[in-house]
Design a protein around this ligand. Structure first.
Ligand SMILES: Nc1nc2c(ncn2[C@@H]2O[C@H](COP(=O)(O)OP(=O)(O)OP(=O)(O)O)[C@@H](O)[C@H]2O)c(=O)[nH]1
Ligand SMILES: [Mg+2]
Length: 213
């Protein structure tokens, strides 16, 4: 029997409320999880270039408004959550941030950038439709089986910083194979926010997911 703690049960209840609110607002919500520095904000800046004000962003960091400021400079609405120490976002923090987002002009996509961490964020449902796990090439190609709590739960795997492939040994096939061994339905993309590789495919995937909401 799986025992759910009261904290997780409460989180799941609020996540279900968030999911309803996102649906009522016609939003596709995605929760991006990676280690610090993998490139989450850079990806969102690149997506802002493609989607513009159709996307709004909730940023999660332990401290500072730096990532939200970057997103606003890139042309999207953003609200920053500063967790003050916690290594992950929870559904209550996202609910509060969502209520603070300016909704006077409609948008279609709600990106949630989680706190950089490969472990704790994976356990918390935020109400997203798509859980995205991101792994950048400099982190190494052995990470999937070392961090199974994340890679077994994600809907989408983003292998990023592919522009650095000539400078390192990294087996992208191995990462995708190991991820599928934990998670047969996972959808994978190979991208570089620097060169734009894979960004068009990622955007068309998001557009088709929004259309099938
Ligand atoms: N070469 C290359 N560098 C990248 C790419 N994406 C991001 N970077 C660099 O990686 C560094 C970290 O990028 P961020 O986007 O700030 O990473 P993050 O995951 O948001 O970091 P935290 O919010 O601190 O967890 C920056 O120096 C980026 O310029 C990429 O596709 N290729
Ligand atoms: Mg960031």
């Amino acid at each position: 029997m799986r025992i759910t703690s009261p904290v997780m049960a409460r989180n799941d209840d609020i996540a279900a409320e968030n999911r309803r609110a996102f649906r009522l607002n016609g939003l596709l919500a995605f929760n991006i999880i990676s280690s610090p520095g993998a490139g989450k904000t850079t990806l969102l800046e690149a997506l802002a270039g493609e989607l513009g004000p159709e996307m709004a962003v909730i940023e999660g960091d332990v401290k500072t408004r730096r990532d939200a400021d970057r997103i606003v400079r890139a042309g999207c609405r953003a609200v920053q959550i500063e967790t003050g120490g916690s290594c992950h976002l929870d559904a209550a923090a996202v609910k509060e941030a969502f209520s603070a987002l300016d909704k006077r002009k409609p948008f279609k996509y709600l990106a949630i950038e989680n706190v950089g961490n490969l472990i704790c964020p994976s356990a918390y449902d935020l109400g997203e439709h798509i859980k995205v796990g991101m792994l950048s090439l400099p982190e190494g190609d052995d990470k999937v089986l070392k961090y199974p709590s994340l890679f077994s739960r994600i809907d989408v795997l983003l292998l990023t910083k592919t522009d650095l492939l000539p400078h390192m040994e990294f087996d992208m096939d191995r990462v995708e194979r190991e991820c599928r061994s934990l998670n047969p339905g996972v959808k994978t993309f190979r991208i570089s926010a620097r060169t734009g590789q894979g960004m068009a495919d990622l955007c068309s995937f998001m557009r088709s997911r929004w259309e099938s909401l």
